[in-house]
Ligand binder design. Structure first.
Ligand code: HEM
Length: 469
């Protein structure tokens, strides 16, 4: 398009234009504190969060660090660049990168580990499990499971709230996937094995490949649990296939058994189903549990906000249990969850890798460049959120104060945005509406809980006392 007469660009001399094309993009700085052989290992251990957060203040839109000895990763810090990276056309030139290479070892090819057309096809296959009628059916399961958990709590007991929420979200997800197809013993075993896998995967991401093959207790525990989980899932699938039972059982397993592989036109194989179920179990348990735990913590620290939430629950639900229909009519609780998803976002370093030469902002990155972004540091940036460490659900009251694109990413964005976002929101709303009306959590005077980064960012030890309301 021709520039308007008299505009600056119109007045630019040909010589200047020539100069503009020669201007080099600024060099990408390397973060200080790197040691030969070890890179930033000692800045990342034992707690990587302060180091990653400090990068935002010290460096510009992009900075290079060493995540694993011998590798280089560019941390993308500018919201606009992160937004560009997660969306097409750039997103199609990337695969999932280092973090997901590790996941692939456990999950095989699944919607969370693959990229490109294969990913789009897998994602389409998964959609029916998250469709509106299915979500409506899952609410009943979520509520029953939460009530069963609540019934085991004694008033006055001090409990590790994160552990309790992990167990609750594992139960919610496992029951949503299998409904009552597993007997109590198998179900307990599955839960234990899933918890073991989740615990060890955080460490495995930081250690080099050869160390994972050593006969260490950590590796043995991981291998045993992984084999057992796969065996349980395969047995459940085989049993359902051979039993001739109605597949419309209202659970995710039956939904996955009715979808077809887009390439072969055949039903998914046992292995494909197994990979996807393991993916859902891993992607969908720890995050939800962490958010539940932080909500209970923040409400315990902010009695006035807790009173507002309870008032709303009373007004909308009265004594009735929460349903799919009224889960969307709780704006105060919704803002509380949104603020927890900002302040205590679970995402630590999400990775990508360029498959071809890729232009990101002014830089041209060669194929094979490792990229990452940190939601946690982003969501606590004072330039994006005034008084960022303050828990303030009311900051979401004024919709005009929307953060810039790429600045609020609890669910990620673009083609890999969380497929379970609506499912997770339902778990959070149903779980909290059920718990908060019956139980009150308190902290010891002056007690604070710090976030720690593992696979995700999660609360450190969170001991709280539960009392019946
Ligand atoms: C509060 C809870 C949750 C949070 C904060 C969360 C967050 C995220 C984020 C940030 C991503 C994007 C990862 C990336 O860009 O690489 C993601 C992807 C994903 N999530 Fe969630 N998630 C939650 C709950 C769930 C649940 C409950 C499920 C399933 C039942 C689930 C299944 C998935 C799957 C399958 C993907 C991969 C999507 C794809 O690559 O197409 N998530 N999640």
């Amino acid at each position: 398009m021709r520039p308007p007469k008299g505009s600056h660009s119109g007045a630019r001399s040909p010589r200047k234009d020539h100069l503009v094309t020669l201007v080099e993009p600024p060099p990408i700085p390397r973060a200080a504190g790197s040691l030969p052989l070890f890179g930033h290992l000692f800045r990342l251990f034992p707690d990587p969060l302060p180091f990653i957060a400090s990068l935002r203040h010290r460096y510009g839109p992009m900075v290079e660090i060493t995540l694993q000895p011998g590798t280089r990763t560019l941390v993308v810090q500018d919201p606009a660049l992160i937004h560009a990276m997660l969306r097409d056309p750039i997103a199609s030139t990337l695969d999932k990168g280092h973090f997901f290479d590790e996941m692939r070892e456990l999950l095989g090819d699944s919607v969370v580990t693959v990229a490109g057309e294969e990913h789009s096809a897998k994602r389409r296959q998964m959609y029916p499990a998250f469709a509106r009628p299915e979500l409506g059916r899952y609410v009943e399961i979520m509520r029953t499971v939460t009530q069963a958990e609540l019934d085991t709590w004694e008033s006055g007991r001090r409990m590790d709230v994160r552990e309790t929420m992990i167990s609750l979200s594992l139960d919610m997800l496992t029951k949503t996937i299998f409904s009552d197809r597993l007997d109590a013993g198998t179900f307990r075993e599955l839960r234990q094995n899933m918890a073991a896998v989740m615990d060890s995967i955080g460490l495995r991401i930081m250690i080099p490949g050869w160390a994972k093959r050593l006969p260490l207790p950590l590796n043995r525990r991981f291998d045993t649990a992984r084999t057992a989980i796969r065996a349980t899932i395969s047995e459940a699938v085989t049993e359902l296939r051979t039993s001739g039972q109605d597949l419309d059982g209202g659970d995710m397993l039956s939904v996955l058994m009715t979808v077809h592989d887009e390439q072969t036109g055949r039903p998914l194989t046992d292995e494909q189903i197994s990979n996807e179920i393991l993916t859902l179990a891993l992607a969908g348990t720890e995050n939800t549990a962490t958010v539940l735990a932080w909500v209970l913590y923040e409400l315990a620290r902010h009695p006035a906000i807790e009173a507002d939430v309870l008032g709303e629950l009373e007004e909308v639900l009265g004594d009735r249990p929460i349903t799919f229909a009224n889960a969307g009519r709780l704006p105060v609780l919704d803002r509380v969850i949104k603020e927890v998803l900002r302040l205590h976002v679970t995402g630590f370093l999400l990775t990508r890798r360029t498959l071809t030469e890729t232009k990101l902002g002014p830089w041209t990155l060669p194929a094979g460049t490792n990229l990452a972004y940190c939601q946690h540091a982003l969501h606590r940036d004072p330039d994006l959120y005034p008084d960022p460490l303050r828990f303030d659900p009311d900051r979401w009251l004024d919709s005009a104060q929307k953060p810039p694109q790429g600045a609020l990413l609890p669910w990620g964005a673009g083609k890999h945005r969380c497929i379970g976002d609506r499912f997770a929101m339902l778990e959070l709303i149903v779980g909290l509406a059920t718990i908060l009306r019956q139980a009150r959590f308190t902290l010891a005077p002056g007690q604070t809980v710090r976030p720690v980064a593992r696979v995700t960012v999660r609360p450190g030890k969170m001991m709280m006392t539960v009392e019946s309301r």
